[in-house]
Every structure is written in structure tokens, then in C-alpha cells.
Design a protein around this ligand. Structure first.
Ligand SMILES: [Fe+2]
Length: 288
């Protein structure tokens, strides 16, 4: 296996093991039997359901310190406007009926704390750049190697689902997502998904419409707890975060990795979702 490349943090005092429940998740020891057992379990769950959960992955210390770093930066969260979108993030098609999934528009009202708000010395940033983490994730996802997503605005972000906001039903464009819940909503804010509802060859619009209309029995609700690590294959699973009906934020950290180095987001997408750009967002630079 190749050593993870493109890491930017060189601090030597940081040890990601301190942020994990390391007795249960010895991810930094490639030969550890328990590590291999965890990897096999993740693979089985991803193959069956497109979703795998490592409950209590973060230690109490790790969860507390990353949550605190997120809360310190909460005032910087960006909530973009004009976010009525269909499940495909595409334009509606007037040649199709209003009831067609392509024409069912929904609200995405959640916001983000962007990665440029986290200095390299923060625990969240150092954990994201900690070599054993992407090596472990790559093994779980059956990838030769994973790279840090090179987008300086959005490679490690906090999804902020404030009271009254939601992330509408959608399919992801990326193959997999790595998230850790930092704080639950006191009410609502549930992650729900309809696994494998479409394939590369079949959009299965009829069942997608049933899910969007609340008439499908194939929707699952995940019981996520703060500190859990979630692998999710969202390209073929319709999914959403339901409206936060509580009185405080739901906070989730999203760590993005890529199979190729030097991948950044498209100028239009980064500007729309996060409200600003970095020097790397030159025309033609976007590949994700
Ligand atoms: Fe998604």
C-alpha cells in the first residue's frame, strides 16, 4: 500500500489517537486484527446498504474538542440563498409533468462553516490531515489511496443545520462521504435514506417520486449519535436531513477525500455553497 501523500500539517505533537476511542478503533496499526475486523464489517455494510456506521468513533475528549472548535467558528457559517433544488441539483424540465422528480423542487436551507476558518493548528484540521485516517478510510472503501481534497474552502467543513433548516432529498455527485456528527438536534434533523434506489443505468423515477411524496416504505432513518463516524455511498441512495425542529443547531463535520491529488471544487459550486473563492478557483480548475 502507498503512503498517503499531500499532507500539509507537520506538527509533531499532535496524535490523532487521542481523539478516537482507540481501544475500540485502533486504526493507526495496519496489522491489528481488530482494525481488519472493523474494515471487513464496514465493507459488508456498504455492500448491503451503502451506509456503514462506527459508533462512538470519536473519544469523549475528541468529540468535545472538535465540537468546541466548531462552536467557536459558528458565527462565520454561510447560508446561501436561492436554494430550491431538485434531487439532482439540475434545472427543471418543462417538457416533463410537474410530478416528475426532475420537477419537484425542495429547499436546502442549511449552511456551512468552511475549512478556511480552521487554522492548521486546530485539532479538527490536524485530525483531517493525520496520515492514519485516510489510510484507514481507503482500506474500508477498497481504494488504493485517498488524498486530502485540495479545495481550501470546502475540504473539511461543518454542516450547520440550524433550527428550521433542512437538507432536502438528493443524490450526491461524489461516490462516498465521510462524516461525524458533532451535535444532534434536540428534535428533528434526522438522516434518512433510500438505499440503492437508482443505478448507473436506471434512474427509477417512479420509486424516487414515491420517496419524494412520502409514500415509500424503503426509506430508512439512521440513529446517529455525536461521535459516530458514517461512511455513505450517496450517488445511488436518495437521502436527506429532515428539518431541525429543535431550538439549537445540529452540527456535522464532513471530511472529503479524493482518489486523485489536487482536486478542487468548481468555481460556481464553491461560490454558491460557501460564498467565496480561493486562488485555486481559476476557470477550468474545477473537477468535482
Ligand atoms: Fe448528500
Amino acid at each position: 500500500m502507498t503512503i498517503i501523500a499531500d499532507l500539509k500539517t507537520t506538527a509533531t505533537s499532535f496524535d490523532g489517537k487521542n481523539l478516537i476511542d482507540y481501544d475500540r478503533y485502533p486504526i493507526a496499526q495496519p496489522g491489528h486484527a481488530l482494525r481488519q475486523k472493523i474494515i471487513e464489517k464496514v465493507k459488508v455494510n456498504l455492500a448491503a446498504d451503502g451506509c456503514a456506521l462506527l459508533d462512538g468513533f470519536l473519544s469523549e475528549f475528541g468529540l468535545g474538542i472538535i465540537l468546541n472548535e466548531a462552536l467557536e467558528r459558528r458565527s462565520t457559517a454561510y447560508f446561501s440563498n436561492n436554494n430550491r433544488t431538485n434531487a439532482y441539483f439540475s434545472a427543471p424540465d418543462p417538457s416533463l409533468p410537474n410530478t416528475h422528480p426532475v420537477n419537484i423542487m425542495m429547499d436546502r436551507t442549511n449552511g456551512f462553516i468552511t475549512s478556511d476558518q480552521f487554522e492548521p493548528t486546530t485539532n479538527a484540521c490536524q485530525f483531517y490531515h493525520w496520515h492514519p485516517l485516510p489510510r484507514f478510510l481507503a482500506d474500508c472503501l477498497d481504494k488504493d489511496q485517498l488524498y486530502i481534497y485540495a479545495d481550501p474552502i470546502s475540504n473539511m467543513i461543518i454542516n450547520v443545520c440550524s433550527p428550521g433548516t433542512q437538507f432536502n432529498c438528493h443524490f450526491d455527485t461524489n461516490e462516498f462521504t465521510i462524516t461525524m456528527l458533532l451535535k444532534s438536534a434536540s428534535s428533528g434533523g434526522y438522516f434518512e435514506y433510500a438505499p440503492a434506489i437508482r443505478t448507473a443505468d436506471d434512474e427509477n423515477y417512479q420509486e424516487v417520486a414515491e420517496v419524494l411524496g412520502g409514500k415509500s416504505d424503503r426509506v430508512k432513518r439512521l440513529q446517529l449519535k455525536p461521535g459516530d463516524l458514517q461512511f455513505f455511498l450517496g450517488r445511488y441512495a436518495l437521502h436527506q436531513v429532515t428539518k431541525n425542529t429543535g431550538d439549537d443547531d445540529r452540527l456535522l463535520i464532513i471530511m472529503s477525500f479524493t482518489e486523485q491529488p489536487d482536486v478542487v471544487g468548481s468555481k460556481q459550486r464553491v461560490k454558491h455553497l460557501y460564498g467565496r473563492l480561493a486562488k485555486v478557483h481559476q476557470p477550468g480548475a474545477g473537477t468535482q
